[in-house]
Design a protein around this ligand. Structure first.
Ligand SMILES: [Zn+2]
Length: 247
């Protein structure tokens, strides 16, 4: 696990260049809240933090340049851009994902940390080399898509576990425990011993059908043994795909 002692955190989009929103959650407003809360948690753990919110830009390209410059103007080891995702109004969970330009490890750790702390579905690390801020910041950069602002379940989990999410992010970035102590990780399931005389055995995640590339199964069709994703079987599924279809 990599630990960082200096970080720049910015909120996505800007005061006049709004991002996603739903009646439940506004991306720009909420990203500012997360940015400031994470910055103060990191500062308390001895990390040097600079935050940036774009209050001036009036168009998207100025906005992206302004945010990127704010990162590159500082001496730091890590850049973090805070966003909220959007798809369409749904009541089921969609989840957290963390985008990166190169080096998936930290992005995967941060996504898992948010998921573990909140119960949000862990969509994991996603490489994006087409996003301006990720491509043009000179240090390692991760872009948090904390949850979907138009998923009722996501917004509920996010609000209910806000403090735990911030604490888990701060711990993953700094390696320092805060007042809440080390974040609790769910226990790993015990691995069963293979029976005697088997030719081979395998342990890991599985898919009953062909996964996201299998076009022979409709999006609404349940799986053979698990028809819905819940807290107990989430680890059996691939992340929910971009269309919201089951993984
Ligand atoms: Zn955004």
């Amino acid at each position: 696990m990599a630990y960082y002692t200096s970080v720049v955190i910015s909120s996505g989009h800007g005061l006049y260049v709004r991002g996603a929103s739903s009646p439940m959650l506004d991306e720009v407003d909420e990203a500012r809240i997360v940015t400031d809360a994470l910055a103060s948690e990191l500062s308390r753990r001895g990390v040097r933090v600079v935050t940036f919110h774009d209050d001036t830009s009036r168009d998207q390209s100025t906005n992206l340049r302004t945010i990127t410059d704010a990162h590159n103007d500082e001496q730091r080891e890590l850049d973090i851009s805070v966003h909220f995702n959007a798809f369409e109004q749904v009541d089921h969970g969609m989840g957290v994902e963390v985008l990166y330009y190169s080096g998936s490890e930290l992005a995967a750790e941060l996504s898992a940390a948010i998921a573990d702390a909140s119960g949000l579905i862990d969509r994991g690390a996603k490489q994006r080399q087409d996003l301006y801020v990720l491509a043009n910041t000179e240090e390692k950069c991760v872009l948090l898509e904390v949850c979907f602002c138009d998923s009722e379940e996501d917004v509920r989990l996010y609000r209910e576990h806000f403090d735990e999410i911030i604490d888990a992010l701060a711990f993953t970035i700094s390696g320092e425990e805060g007042e809440m102590g080390r974040p609790e990780r769910p226990p790993r399931p015990e691995r069963p011993e293979p029976p005697d005389g088997v030719l081979f055995h395998a342990v890991g995640r599985m898919s009953h059908f062909g996964g996201p590339d299998d076009t022979g199964v409709s999006e609404s069709e349940g799986l053979a043994f698990h028809h819905t994703i819940n807290g107990h079987n989430q680890h059996l599924f691939l992340p929910i795909d971009a269309t919201g279809g089951p993984g």
